[in-house]
Design a protein around this ligand. Structure first.
Ligand code: NAD
Length: 367
C-alpha cells in the first residue's frame, strides 16, 4: 500500500465523501460491485478482479435471480452484498462496497451510474459512457454532486501499447504527426435479437460499440482532439441491421493540420492503428482487442510489452485514483467528449456527409 497522506488530508478538507474515509485504512482493497452479470463481467471483469492489487470483487447486482447463487458460490460473495435492480439503492448502507461498476446495455448506464453516485459510491461506467451527450452530463453532474469519482471502462488507456503511442506522439522522436488511421470492428451475424442491434438499448450500432475505440485511437494517435469531422455510413445487410448502423467511415481534421480516418463495423473484423509522422510511422495490429497486442515502428523495431489483463490494469488504476488521487486515466469528460464526436458523426451522415465543426479544446485528453 502506498502513502495515503494526500487523500487523508483531502478527506479532512471535505473534498472526499465520508464513506471514502473508510477505504483509506492501511492495506485495505476497495470493494467493487459489478452491475450486470453478462459476458463482459463474467469472462473479463470478474476474473481480472481475482488478480487486482487495489480492489476486489465484493458484490454483484443482477436482474436474474438464478445468477445470485451462481455468483455467490463461485466467488464467495456474502448474500448481504448481492442486490437486484430494485433494491440496488440500499447499497448506500453497505460498507463493503466502495465502487460500483456498471456493465449493462448502453441505454441503462446513465440510470445506474446516477443511482450509484447518489448511494455515495465511486463509479466506473462501461463504454460507451451513455447514449447521448446529455446523459453523459447527467452522470458527471451526479458524481460531482455526490463527491464521488467517475471513470469510464476504457481499458486501453491503462495498457502499455496505447501508452507507448501516447509517448511517441508526445516526445516526437519521428517529428510531427501528420496522419492517423484507426479501425475497430468485428463481424456480427450470430444473434439478430441481441441488444446491440436494438437502438433503444444500444443507442447506436457499430459506432457506439466499437467506433469509440477508433475515435480514441485517432485522438491518442495524434495527441489532439479533432476540430471537424465528416462521415459516411455503409449498409450491405439492412435485414440484419434493421435498427442500427452497420459500418461507418469518418474523416477528422486536427488543430496541427493532421488528418485522420476511422472505420468501424459490425460486418468486418478490423483492429488496427497507424500513425504517420514527418520521419517515420508506428503501427499496432491488433490494436484494440484484449491482447496480446502487437506493434512495430518504421525503424524495423518491434513495440513489445509483457501481456497483462487490461481489465486488471484498468481497475487497479481507478482504485489508485480513488485511494491515492492518482491520475484518472479515463475520466467522465473523456467519455462525454467521445459522445460529442459520435453525435457529430451521426449528424454528418444525416446531412449527406457535411463537415461538422467541433470545439473540444483539450477536453478529455489524458497524457
Ligand atoms: P451482455 O449482453 O453479455 O450482458 C448484458 C447484461 O445486462 C446481462 O447480464 C443482462 O441480463 C443485463 N440486462 C439487463 N437488462 C437488460 C436488457 N433490457 N436487455 C439485455 N440485457 C439486459 O453484454 P456485455 O457484452 O457484457 O456488455 C455490457 C456493457 O459492457 C456494454 O455497455 C458494452 O459496451 C460494455 N463492454 C465493454 C467491453 C470493453 O472492452 N470495455 C467489452 C464488452 C462489453
Amino acid at each position: 500500500m502506498k502513502t495515503i497522506k494526500g487523500v487523508g488530508a483531502m478527506a479532512a478538507m471535505g473534498v472526499l465523501p465520508m464513506s471514502n474515509l473508510a477505504c483509506q485504512s492501511q492495506g485495505r482493497k476497495l470493494g467493487v460491485a459489478l452491475v450486470g452479470m453478462g459476458s463482459y463481467s463474467t469472462y473479463q471483469l470478474a476474473p481480472a478482479l481475482q488478480d487486482t492489487q487495489h480492489c476486489y470483487l465484493a458484490g454483484v447486482v443482477t436482474g436474474t435471480p438464478a445468477k445470485e447463487k451462481e455468483w455467490a458460490d463461485k466467488y464467495g460473495i456474502p448474500s448481504a452484498n448481492i442486490y437486484n435492480y430494485e433494491n440496488f439503492d440500499a447499497i448506500a448502507d453497505n460498507k463493503d462496497i466502495d465502487v460500483v461498476y456498471v456493465v449493462l446495455p448502453n441505454a441503462m448506464h446513465a440510470e445506474f451510474c446516477i443511482r450509484a453516485a447518489k448511494a455515495g459510491k465511486h463509479v466506473i461506467c462501461e463504454k460507451p459512457m451513455a447514449i447521448s451527450v446529455k446523459e453523459c452530463d447527467d452522470i458527471i453532474n451526479a458524481c460531482n454532486e455526490a463527491g464521488v469519482k467517475l471513470g469510464v471502462g476504457y481499458r486501453l488507456q491503462s495498457e502499455p501499447y496505447t501508452n507507448e503511442i501516447k509517448r511517441i506522439v508526445r516526445e516526437k522522436p519521428f517529428g510531427e504527426v501528420r496522419y492517423v488511421s484507426a479501425e475497430a470492428g468485428y463481424r456480427s451475424r450470430s444473434n439478430p435479437d441481441q441488444w446491440r442491434l436494438d437502438k433503444a438499448l444500444a443507442g447506436g450500432g457499430a459506432l457506439l460499440n466499437m467506433g469509440v475505440y477508433a475515435i480514441q485511437g485517432a485522438i491518442y494517435g495524434t495527441g489532439q482532439n479533432p476540430i471537424s469531422v465528416s462521415a459516411q455510413e455503409f449498409s450491405t445487410d439492412p435485414e440484419y441491421f434493421k435498427d442500427t448502423d452497420e459500418s461507418i467511415s469518418a474523416q477528422f481534421k486536427f488543430p496541427n493540420g493532421a488528418t485522420g480516418n476511422i472505420f468501424t463495423s459490425h460486418s468486418a473484423n478490423v483492429n488496427r492503428h497507424y500513425s504517420a509522422f514527418d520521419n517515420g510511422w508506428l503501427e499496432l495490429n491488433p490494436a484494440n482487442n484484449y491482447g496480446p497486442l502487437s506493434g512495430r515502428l518504421s525503424t524495423g523495431e518491434e513495440i513489445k510489452f509483457p501481456h497483462e489483463s487490461q481489465q486488471k490494469l484498468q481497475m487497479d488504476d481507478f482504485a489508485l485514483h480513488v485511494l491515492e488521487n492518482a491520475p484518472n486515466k479515463a475520466p467522465g469528460e473523456m467519455g462525454k467528449r467521445d459522445m460529442i464526436i459520435c453525435e457529430a458523426i451521426y449528424q454528418s451522415i444525416a446531412e449527406g456527409g457535411r463537415t461538422i465543426d467541433l470545439d473540444l479544446g483539450r477536453m478529455g485528453i489524458v497524457d
